[in-house]
Design a protein around this ligand. Sequence first.
Ligand code: SAM
Length: 247
Amino acid sequence: MHFDVLTLFPEMFGGPLKASIIGKARANGLLGVNVWNIRDFAYDKHRIVDDAPYGGGAGMVLKVDVLARAIEAVRGHSQAPIIYLSPQGEVFDQQIATELTNEPRLVLLCGHYEEIDERIREHWVDRELSIGDYVLTGGELPAMVVIDAVARLLPGVLGDATSSEQDSFQDGLLDYPHYTRPASYRGLDVPEVLLSGHHELIRRWRLKEALRRTWLRRPDLLNTKELSTEELLLLREIEEEYSAERR
Ligand code: SAM
């Protein structure tokens, strides 16, 4: 999969795209990322990319002519969707990340300052994604969030493919608790069942703890997930445990 990123601050991408799992995926050719400087597509000798808003008011607006030129040059003849990172977009989640893995190529447009010219949004942008209900100084961190979340779902990027399958949100639940050696630390013991070597009991315990986490922390997720009979029975057990505790 390939990402083209359009930004005024390419230097922001250096660290996150070079380090760790994403850096390795790029080195192994599983993921391609090109970061383009929007300023390189400016027309005039001062390489101006923004201007004051028509109608007055605070902040600068990224210019329609520069952005259109940048998008068209980078997209070329490909059909790559143009995604604008914006606090006004659909809120990015695991489902959208999974959906985006079907695209061989994506162009991510990072805004900055007050806004981009609305004509870009209306005529060039295919989709707007927000990383949450807060406003950042630019779309660079959101673009990195999208690249990271999508890339780790690509085949071969994580050492063990099953580790993303069990992650929070992937199957509509939060992840279960994890432990590693030592089995006992300052009197804090790892749950017995995890030391038992009994695969079925461990699977059931993990499912129950994932349900418990979700029920306690994100009950909204349970409203949209289709629960299996086993999951419904485990949830009933959890609810009974809590009502017994209250009694
Ligand atoms: N005036 C805009 C508004 O209120 O919707 C906010 C502009 S913000 C200061 C500058 C740029 O940061 C935006 O154009 C966008 O690319 C990016 N940005 C800010 N918050 C974001 C978020 N939550 N998700 C995605 N991108 C965001």
